[in-house]
Design a protein around this ligand. Structure first.
Ligand code: NAP
Ligand code: HSE
Ligand code: NA
Length: 432
């Protein structure tokens, strides 16, 4: 039996996918039954790393998603449109879909899965989160017996690569970003990586899987890494932390409500924490549940081969189902998406966390006392106050708080900003 895939996109991940499919030796035998039927691209003239028969390539992507010969559509275009419309057309034509596109799923997942369930087709997305790391399928299947309480991790390879190079080699932000683009890690528009949007898409997807409800993408609080400076990386290091862009989804069961914390932001992570040692393009996702306790998924979070590994495993899963049960059976509830309700999201001001803040102060007597008083007045207690340096004619003071309600911390900062001794507050970061 042969199963034909229609590949939409033949860039970094599309090329990696074709490489695996064209070289099945030593891999799972089911791969020998999968062939590439058509490949959709934007430009027919572009030089390609792999030579495909020219009749396979087309710029008419609609003709691929409606082609009766094609069994599975693999969407590797990126971006919202035409990816969304083509996925919907593929579903309407009765095709199963594999996608690496977290941006589309995080925003249009409800529409896409409603149509897929109506049509009885699968939409699998292992490559969309954590690149090559198996994390979607484990969350759907292997961890299904657990009550998940938190999912937290480094889910963007580009920013982790940038932060690692900045902290280990003192490298310059824009140079490292260019290198990440060259290596095929970054999105077509790298602001999606740098500003945290890609990580926000991914945590929305993971939260939905882990907490069994739909998540509105706009509900994810999101800060990127632009404000992380070499100065803060160095202070963090002295205080025993590394700075990572974390994506966090946490159940906050209170007496009368069950809400989720959902956020992406640079975070000071203690060097002894398991997430602190995921460096470079590596991602790590720590899941906590009852009765399992903690489990961590770790591996290459981006790049052609690793991402293609996840894409092809999804294709193989669908082929396995098609081979064993034919096309007419009901969808497996452990592989499809059946959520109906939306998760309640807790407001950020109710978040309780530690903070790191760096102040530039006029070097007047008693400035630390003024800071301490302003924090105290708003119920913020300090874990450490470190007056470390002099920058020009200003004194640089770094504080780390104990756990504090974000709303209280922000009120304290507003009061501190108006103090005469305070010149500016160049950085505020959360601490794990
Ligand atoms: N790169 C990674 O490490 C990685 C990891 C995980 C997930 N992803 C996701 O995988 C997807 C693909 O990423 P990528 O890095 O492979 O992107 P890419 O290298 O930019 O490749 C995109 C491909 O899609 C084609 N394409 C884009 N828009 C098109 C349009 N409107 N019409 C026809 N063809 C179009 C391009 O055609 P041409 O070749 O003719 O330009 C190209 O072949 C994205 O959703 C991304 O978020 C990427
Ligand atoms: N741009 C993404 C690709 C993997 O999804 C990243 O850097 O993590
Ligand atoms: Na994955």
């Amino acid at each position: 039996m042969t199963f034909k895939i229609g590949l939409l996109g033949f860039g970094v991940v599309g090329t990696g996918t074709a490489k695996i499919l064209l070289d099945p030796f030593g891999r799972h035998p089911v791969l020998k039954e999968i062939t590439i039927g058509r490949v959709g691209v934007r430009s027919l003239d572009k030089p390609r790393e792999i030579e495909l028969s020219p009749q396979l390539l087309t710029t008419d992507l609609e003709s691929i998603v409606t082609d009766p010969e094609i069994d599975i559509i693999v969407e590797l275009l990126g971006g919202l449109e035409p990816a969304r419309s083509l996925i919907l057309k593929a579903i309407a034509s009765g095709k199963h879909v594999v996608t690496a596109n977290k941006a589309v799923i995080a925003r249009f997942g409800d529409e896409i899965y409603a149509k897929a369930n109506e049509k009885g087709v699968y939409v699998l997305l292992e490559a969309a989160v954590g690149g090559g790391i198996p994390v979607i399928k484990p969350l759907k299947q292997s961890l299904g017996a657990n009550r998940i309480s938190s999912i937290m991790g480094i889910v963007n390879g580009t920013t982790n690569y940038i932060l690692t190079e900045m902290s280990q080699k003192g490298a310059d932000f824009s140079e490292v970003l260019a290198k990440a683009q060259e290596l095929g890690y970054a999105e077509a528009d790298p602001t999606a990586d740098v500003d945290g949007f890609d990580a926000a898409d991914k945590i929305a997807i993971l939260a939905s899987l882990g907490f069994g409800g739909r998540v509105k993408r706009e509900d994810v609080y999101c800060e990127g890494i632009r404000q992380v400076s070499a100065v803060d990386i160095a202070y963090a290091d002295r205080l025993g932390f590394v700075i990572k862009l974390l994506a966090i989804a946490k159940d906050t069961v209170k007496e009368d409500s069950d809400t989720l914390e959902l956020r992406v932001h640079p975070t000071l992570v203690p060097k002894t924490h398991p997430l602190a040692n995921a460096n470079g393009v590596y991602n790590a996702i720590l899941v906590e549940g009852e009765p399992l306790g903690q489990v961590m998924f770790y591996g290459p979070g981006a790049g052609s081969g690793p991402t293609a590994s996840a894409v092809v495993s999804d294709v193989m899963n669908i082929v396995g189902i098609l081979k064993s049960s034919g096309k007419t059976r009901e969808l497996d509830p452990l592989l499809s998406c059946i959520h109906q309700h939306y998760c309640q999201i807790a407001p950020m001001e109710d978040l309780s966390t530690r903070f790191y803040a760096r102040f530039l102060c006029r070097d007047v007597p008693g400035v630390i006392g003024h800071l301490g008083m302003a924090f105290g007045d708003h119920g913020v207690s300090l874990e450490s106050v470190v007056q470390i340096g002099i920058r020009g004619d200003l004194a640089e003071i770094v504080v780390v708080t104990h756990d504090v309600r974000e709303g209280n911390f922000r009120s304290a900062l507003a009061a501190i900003e108006s103090l005469e001794a305070i010149d500016s507050i160049p950085s505020i970061l959360r601490v794990l």
